[in-house]
Design a protein around this ligand. Sequence first.
Ligand SMILES: Cc1ncc(COP(=O)(O)O)c(C=O)c1O
Ligand SMILES: NCC(=O)CCC(=O)O
Length: 428
Amino acid sequence: MTTSEQLFEQAKQVIPGGVNSPVRAFRAVGGTPLFIKSAKGPYIYDEDGKQYIELINSWGPMILGHAFEPVEEAVREAIQHSFSFGAPTRKEVEMAELIIDMVPSVEKVRMVNSGTEATMAAIRVARGFTGRDKIIKFEGCYHGHGDSFLIAAGSGAVTMGTPDSPGVTKATALDTLTAPYNNLQAVEMLIDNNANQIAAIILEPVVGNMGCVLPEPGFLEGIRTLCDQHGIILIFDEVMTGFRLAKGGAQERYGVTPDLTTMGKIIGGGMPVGAYGGRADIMNIVSPAGPVYQAGTLSGNPIAMSAGLAMLRHLNEHPEVYTRLDGIGGRLADGFRAGLVKAGLNYTINQIGSMFTLFMTDRSVSNFVDAKSCDLPLFGRYFHAMLKRGVYLAPSQFESLFVSVALTDDLIEQVIQANEESLMEACQ
Ligand SMILES: Cc1ncc(COP(=O)(O)O)c(C=O)c1O
Ligand SMILES: NCC(=O)CCC(=O)O
């Protein structure tokens, strides 16, 4: 038995399914999750001392590689002054100013502790502002585990076969309307059939949670126009894409401006941080400025703010990081395509910047139905073949891979080689 196997046996006795978040279990691919001991730069190390090249990077946050020194230093400095005050700090002001500088659509911002908290608060604010109850989300998008979002949800929810989770009340589910991603007509119909009842449309401007799916030309613009025409608040969930696809996120890259933005992952430099922000007139209804309540004992935590500030400052001051990430993502996608050709497979690769997914399907993938057409047993064999070759992928077809800037040219070549061999092995 490996140490990971031993720990997993122990974990299953005391933690549901042995993991603290379902996506970590190897349910969809079989086998035992690796228990991780440490990570540095482009590598992660398991409890058995094995080294893997990282393509998950903590599901996004470690965009500069693991244990990035300026972040480490900032945390070391911060812990000397105690861990939490539950009172305002200078760092929170600096953090808000920096976010507003990097993401121009954000005029005011509130810090929370996770992406889930950010999206839950954002729809409450949209409902409070508009006086309407319903929201529209897209099939296969994941916005954290808030009740309103576990309807046709992507990521771990679809991986585990529970995109509509039990435990969500019927009343809550009725207030969440869903449409296929990239389908403006379906959204228009929902709006027409629910006149003056839609508070918000929330979407991942580039989806990461059914695998990586890009908005088709005109889709984001069309949603923006519909929101303007019908007094609907447009929420971009940039928990994954924020500070990743550009320093100003997908909204900068696509030139479409939401009313509210939710953020997470990179914003905390690896610490538990989320944020939501946007138009000042909307954010001013948040308590104590206004009546919509939202709070948190540990919100704006000084250690987390220090880590996040160090991360965001680096990204803000080094735009070349994004050029490099685009280069790495592009090279990997090209290399993976070459691997597919060699293996005689006509599968689909979606990539933008440092996000990408190899979908085990011949169809082009632009929505949840397309994503679900993948050969999942083949993906499982491919996943394990990659793992055997020292490449750590997300253990599900319904996830995007996240590249960090720590990936050197040599490592890119190793990953491309591993992909080619793994495709061959998986198809045997
Ligand atoms: C787009 C998106 N929104 C929200 C969330 C929820 O964030 P968290 O896991 O920090 O609660 C995630 C990931 O988990 C995400 O990918
Ligand atoms: N796509 C999945 C995530 O980004 C979240 C990870 C988690 O829920 O643990």
